[in-house]
Design a protein around this ligand. Sequence first.
Ligand code: ARG
Length: 376
Amino acid sequence: MTTEQLVVNAPQPKTGRQERYEAAAEFVRQCYSECGRDAAIDDRITDVWHAIGQTGRYTHTPMELAHGAKMAWRNSNRCIGRHFWDRLRVRDCRDATTPTAVYEALVDHITAATNGGNIRPTISVFPAAMQDSPRVRIWNTQLIRYAGYDTGTGIVGDPDTAALTRYCQSRGWVGEGTPFDLLPLVIQVGDREPELFELPEETVVEVPLSHPEHEWFADLELQWYAVPIVSDMILEIGGLRYPAAPFNGWYMGTEIGSRDLGDRDRYDKLPEIGERLGFETTTDRSLWKDRALTALNRAVLHSFDRHGVRIVDHHTAADQFERFEHEERAAGRSVTGDRSWLLPPNASSTTHVFHTEYDETVRTPNFFYRDASLPN
Ligand code: ARG
């Protein structure tokens, strides 16, 4: 699915006061009732009504922000990791209003979330979008990602970041040219030119890949970073939008082993691995792709384990998701989901997700894609 389609699917921002008030009131009711604070609902809705009437906006309390962000994760139809929604650590960064302050908060996020390998699901929420104040934007799709250099004869690195890499180069950034160079952070406040910040190397944990049985695997010199911190989505809570709200969980192995390193339009490593394994790569019927995928996925799980970095395999993740479905029903809530995204790319029919239908309704709070992918 393209970003464009996603933007069409996203509800329009709540610009009208009446609409914003209704979205706010609905959120306050649900949030306070889930948090056992029913008695405070009416007063809070009155406050919000006055605030929106006078200024067109209202401000979330720390409790509303924290629980709203958790609800947004719980409502993320594509995420198989939602069993842990209530353990999200929410960092209130609404006072960061300069690129440098944002950068420092992001470095702190990486360190706190990485936690020496015992990864903690974390979100950092920067100022809400307001008509009259400058908007904070992070142009990276994830805080940690590898550059992709267009060499004319092919891409060195991650083809998925080629456009951002070109933008960074146009702004004077020079990478080393390896397949695994960390991109700088590109942070913009208001209409001023985005600023580039190099990630401090010591804050980024990376895992070199080896295989439990094939010693040659390490010679491929593959690696991946420990923590996926998605930074290209807008957090919407109760009619307010937070355009910069990077969040992370830990990886599911297939994200790296099947997609990032396996996809033909990403690192495309299956042919090389198939050859090294001695498979007949000239015929599909040898199932060399399936077997190379399995080897690559085993290497990812094995290496993250060896380096003490938390990662979940797709079988365990599916089981946890099934538990989430039961727990939600027990709490009186129905579960929504996008089956095409929930399905692991490997061995999908061995998981219950394959055999289940999901209601695709999109609820808020939630995360939505932003509409531009590069500064203009
Ligand atoms: N699929 C993305 C990647 O491979 C990461 C998306 C978020 N994943 C997560 N486990 N929270 O980098």
